[in-house]
Write a protein that binds this ligand. Structure first.
Ligand SMILES: Nc1ncnc2c1ncn2[C@@H]1O[C@H](COP(=O)(O)OP(=O)(O)OP(=O)(O)O)[C@@H](O)[C@H]1O
Ligand SMILES: [Mg+2]
Length: 387
C-alpha cells in the first residue's frame, strides 16, 4: 500500500490542469459538429460567421472552443487557407481596450499597452489581417462580463468589421461564450448583426458522462493501476450533483495529491472523500459570489433559521427572509419569486429541499443546508453582501 518517498501516482499532472485541452472532448460531438458546420462557410465561401456557446458551469464550453479553434485551423491549413484565432477571457479583460490589446498582442507581442484609442486599435488590427491575408476567429469567453461592464459596442464593431469592404474576403468571425444568455444583453444594433439561431447549448453532464471524462483523465494523468475503479464511480457520483466536469477533475487531482501525501501507491475512496471536503469550501465560495443580492439574503435567512436545527419549513424561511430584508433595507420579494429562488439555490446544491414526512401538519418542503456549518455560511454571505 505504501510507496517510497518521492514516488507518485501521477504520470503527468499537467493533464489535469484547466489549461490542458484533451485531443478529444468526450460526449461533445454534437456541439463540435455544429460549430464545424456553421464555420465551414469561412473556408468554403469566405464569409464570416458567428456563434454563441451557452451552458452551466463546467460543461465544457471553454475547452470545446479551444479544441475547435485548434482543429479548425488545422482544417484551414489543409485547404491552404490562412486562419488564426485569439481567445480572450472577458472576466479578466472587462474593457474594450484590454480585449483589443489581447488580440493585438497575438499579432505583435510588443504592442504598447497604452497610447492608442479604440478606433486606432481596430485600424491596426485591420492592417495586420490585410497584411497576413488571414481570417481571425475571436473567442470572447465569459462575454457577459464584458457586455455588462462595457456594453456591446466592441461586439458590434467586430461583427461589422468588413462592412466597408466591397470585394474580398471577410476577416473576422466571432464566438461568444457565456453561462447566461448574452444575446438579451446586446443592444439592438449589435444584436441585428448576430445570428440568433447560431446558439449551441451545453447541457449538464450526466453521471455516466462524468465517468467517461474522469476515465479519460485517469488514463492520461496517472500511472496504470493507481486509481481504484470505485474512485471513478465515487467522483462521478459526487460531481453529478452539479454536472460539472471541472469539479470532477479537481476531485481527481486533489485525491491523487492526498494519496501522494500519505504515500499510498494508489488512490482510494478515502482520498476522494478528503478531496471533497477540501474542495467544497472553494466551490461553494465561487457559487456564493455569483448569487444575486436576494438569493444571498435568502440564503442568509436560511442559515440563521437553521442555526440550532436540521430543517426549516418554507414558511419559516419566508419569515426569516422578511427579517433579513428589513435588516438590509431591501424590499422583500413576493411568494412566487421567493419560491423560484429557493428552487435555484437547491439546483445549485447550496441548500437541500425535501417534502416533509410524518409529524408535520400538511405537506410542506423542508429546507436544509448540506455539508457546511451555518455560522461559516452566514459569515461568508455577510462578507459578500458588504462587498
Ligand atoms: N467533454 C469533455 N471531455 C473531456 N474533458 C472535458 C470535457 N468537458 C469539459 N472538460 C474539462 O473540464 C474542465 C472544465 O471545462 P470548461 O472549462 O470547458 O467548462 P466551462 O463550460 O467553460 O465552464 P465555466 O462556465 O465555468 O467557464 C476543463 O478542464 C475541461 O478540459
Ligand atoms: Mg469557461
Amino acid at each position: 500500500m505504501f510507496n517510497d518517498v518521492g514516488r507518485t501516482v501521477f504520470k503527468d499532472l499537467n493533464k489535469l490542469s484547466f489549461d490542458y485541452v484533451p485531443d478529444k472532448l468526450v460526449f461533445r460531438d454534437a456541439q463540435m459538429r455544429r460549430l464545424f458546420t456553421l464555420f465551414r462557410v469561412i473556408l468554403d465561401s469566405n464569409i464570416s460567421q458567428n456563434a454563441f456557446l451557452t451552458g452551466g458551469i463546467g460543461t465544457g464550453k471553454t475547452a470545446l472552443s479551444k479544441r475547435f479553434c485548434i482543429d479548425f485551423q488545422g482544417l484551414a491549413h489543409k485547404k491552404s487557407k490562412n486562419l488564426e484565432y485569439a481567445l480572450v477571457n472577458c472576466r479578466h479583460r472587462t474593457t474594450e481596450a484590454s480585449v483589443l490589446l489581447k488580440i493585438l498582442a497575438h499579432f505583435d507581442p510588443r504592442f504598447p499597452d497604452r497610447g492608442f484609442s479604440i478606433t486606432e486599435m481596430l485600424e491596426i488590427l485591420r492592417k495586420h489581417l490585410e497584411k497576413r491575408k488571414t481570417h481571425l476567429i475571436i473567442v470572447l469567453d465569459e462575454a457577459d462580463v464584458l457586455i455588462k461592464k462595457s456594453g456591446s459596442n466592441l461586439i458590434y464593431n467586430f461583427s461589422r468589421f468588413d462592412e466597408e469592404k466591397i470585394t474580398g474576403k471577410s476577416s473576422i468571425s466571432l464566438i461568444l461564450i457565456s453561462q447566461k444568455n448574452v444575446l438579451d444583453l446586446l443592444d439592438l444594433s449589435a444584436l441585428s448583426t448576430f445570428k440568433r439561431t447560431n446558439v449551441i447549448r451545453f447541457g449538464k453532464y450526466t453521471r455516466d458522462e462524468l465517468h467517461g471524462i474522469i476515465e479519460q483523465r485517469v488514463a492520461l494523468a496517472f500511472f496504470p493501476d493507481t486509481v481504484e475503479s470505485d474512485v471513478m464511480d465515487l467522483i462521478s457520483d459526487i460531481a453529478s450533483e452539479w454536472g460539472d466536469s471541472r469539479y470532477a477533475i479537481e476531485l481527481l487531482e486533489k485525491a491523487g495529491m492526498l494519496a501522494d501525501e500519505v504515500k499510498f501507491d494508489r488512490v482510494t475512496a478515502e482520498q476522494v472523500r478528503g478531496a471533497k471536503a477540501e474542495i467544497y469550501s472553494t466551490v461553494t465560495e465561487s457559487k456564493l459570489a455569483d448569487l444575486d443580492l436576494h438569493k444571498k439574503l435568502l440564503l442568509l435567512a436560511i442559515a440563521r433559521r437553521l442555526r440550532d436545527r436540521a430543517y426549516a419549513t418554507t414558511g419559516e424561511v419566508e419569515k426569516s427572509y422578511g427579517v433579513v430584508c428589513e435588516e438590509y433595507e431591501e424590499k422583500q420579494y413576493g411568494h412566487t419569486q421567493l419560491w423560484d429562488n429557493i428552487k435555484e439555490l437547491n439546483i445549485l446544491g447550496l441548500i437541500g429541499a425535501k417534502k416533509s414526512g410524518k409529524g408535520f401538519a400538511g405537506k410542506t418542503t423542508l429546507i436544509s443546508i448540506p455539508d457546511i456549518p451555518t455560522n461559516v455560511l452566514e459569515e461568508k454571505i455577510i462578507e459578500l453582501i458588504k462587498k
